[in-house]
Design a protein around this ligand. Sequence first.
Ligand code: NBX
Length: 818
Amino acid sequence: MLQTNTAGTSDYEQAIAEAKAAIIAKMTLSVGKDPGYATDRDWFVATALAARDRVTHRFLGGKRASKADGKKRVYYLSLEFLIGRQLTDVLYNFELYDIFRAALGDLGVDIERVREAEPDAALGNGGLGRLAACFMESMATLGIPAYGYGIRYDHGLFRQVIKDGWQQEFPETWLENGTPWEFLRSDVTYDIRFGGSVETKTVNNVPRFIWHPSEVVHAVAYDTPIVGWRGSNVNPLRLWSARAADPIALSLFNKGDHVGALSDQARSAAISKVLYPSDETAAGQELRLRQEYFFVSASLQDLINRHIRIYGDLYSLPDRAAIQLNDTHPAVAIAEMMRILLDDHNLRWDEAWRITSSTFSYTNHTLLPEALETWPLPLFERLLPRHLQIIYFINNLHLEATKKNFPNEPELLSSVSIIDERDGRRLRMGQLAFIGSHTINGVSALHTDLMKETTFRDLNRVYPGRIQNKTNGITFRRWLQQSNPGLTKLLCEVCGEEVLDKPELIKRLEEHADDPALQQRIAKIKRANKVVLCKIVTDRLGFRVEADSLFDVQIKRQHEYKRQLLNLLETVALYDAIRSNPTADWAPRVKIFAGKAAASYVAAKLIIKLANDIAKTVNNDPSVQGKLKVVFLPNYNVSLAEKIIPAADLSEQISTAGMEASGTGNMKLALNGALTIGTLDGANIEIKDNVGDDNIFIFGLTAAEVEERKRAGAPTATDNIAASPMLRQVLDAIGGGVFSPDDPNRFKPIIDGLRSQDRYMLTDDFDSYWAAQRRVDELWNQPEKWTRAAIVNIANMAWFSSDRTIAEYAEQIWKVPV
Ligand code: NBX
């Protein structure tokens, strides 16, 4: 019941009136515009500032509270936070969304347009960066005092434009007009030092090492508040921006060298200019190492300052702070922590090592060899000479202990060493992160098992028990409640309002899986979401797709191991099959692709071109009209994902088994009622275990079989192709230029790659993938059964909430109360 106050208005009306007044005040006094002349962007800024005021009170309150009660803090170090838009997140989590929508409505402004005016904060590449964003929201929701630390890139992930079917990259400019969410903390600035030399001195018979750097850069803090569900708690995301120590070299300027006078500024500012856009490959360049050390050093200085301010000294650090390394990108933190403790605080080695190794833990996100980070020793030494000394020392002690414990296995040493002696000497950041952490985790059950068997097999023997599994999760606030309000409303009705706080209650939906009325409602919600996506397709690509078709979706970074190409081969096979047998019972499909390729990844970019060339041919062929369409939606980002995911019927998770660490898109799609077609890889396995074998389409080799075939070297791609007439026909068509008449040889490299190496084993899985897709058709043609399976999927996804994942990290790794 709404309360009526003395003025005779309800609390709700009063809240709307207050929101309206706040927005107008911000428009006038902060944006500096008369509402009559305001643009959508002006409305966004005014609305965001009004919302931010509410956040700020909670933010400062929370900071005071956790300071006072001496709670252990979590520091999440990540080079990427893929946040996306924040307005809906903030309003929704503060339960102000309806109030602000009504307030804007009264002002004649559609909140949808205001939402769209916010640029995505795309400070990440893909899954790893988005995971960090989901984790920040869950930590705030669970009331864990946490700081996210990262870089405030001026330019996030590039904007993808598809021109004549090819990917082009353009700079992304989210900060062009500033962002209303952040607070500049110019008082929080640290010196970050690079280069120079190390002087060794002996003081009272104790060697001391004094680093004389050749360069200093400033790191300036910007805080963005991260709001937990129901505004329960607000944590800061602290992002560092680089500034030159001297903004201008005045002596040069006065001599007339006006450009030279600014070169230092440019060199320093370059550190936080742009996100490295390569995922799953190691960047390997100097600027990248500078970025890594820059944000690590600033973050450690900051958290150590805070600790000393509250607790006086650093001995208690492991009891009051848990530092999580999101992949090896911040692994230099192990050496930096040791340097601070040894050189700045004069601790003894053993004590410094105890503190360091009981404070850090490390999450691994990949086993792909090309993605494991290594640095050439000369480069590392030139940039961080003191850190290299410390790493050598860590390594020596570690190798000595290993030698002692495994006296008969000298070959073990080269595999567990931080230094890789092959191929020029290189530092292996994975080994450093492992050795310096008390806990190392993988991101799905299979991935963690494979870590123990492959990349970290020997380290796991030397340090048994350190590896744990923490299967990834996703925040349901963004990926269900905000992106799919229709489904959320139904869940509240059927499972009770508490479902918003207790996702396990979604299970109640399953009791009604066979109820035709519920099935119809679910189908209707899905259809409405598909209509929204249809409009996006028409607006962006200029052609229509039918909402009654099966929306078959593969949305993720473009990478060969994710096998978008396998999906395209099946698309071509299907296209041929429909044309040869037009009257068969084909399920009308729209194949939807979206995803960016790293700018330098030639093979992945050619596959994007293939998708677009196939789309052009198929979509213009009247003989498959109403049966098959192919869509490549450009510039995939968080906001587009929020539109595609609720509209998907089928979720493509078809990586070569053993290669996808977890996947998180797989969870988002299943939660929104898409059925998965997938290999037994990453978290697909755990999704299958939760939704049941009958409600998922599994195909292909298992990870063990992939390994076995690789070892045996047979059957080869040639044999696979010889055994599959359909595959042969597809390869001949693509290789022969059917989809590229303007350049018949365009896709020859792709086809030659499949015929010779087929590193990702597409030819091994093609037939079983085709068969699984026909099982999909069969189920689609029985709509009640399809919807039933979708309901069972939704009902059984609660375990994939990032609240569950974070609670596990808190209890089993960080040892902080939840
Ligand atoms: O991390 C991804 C994995 O591929 C997914 O399987 C997993 O679900 C996700 C979260 O655990 N890895 C990923 O996104 N990596 C990167 O984006 C990346 C970025 C820069 C880089 C290496 C990898 N140098």
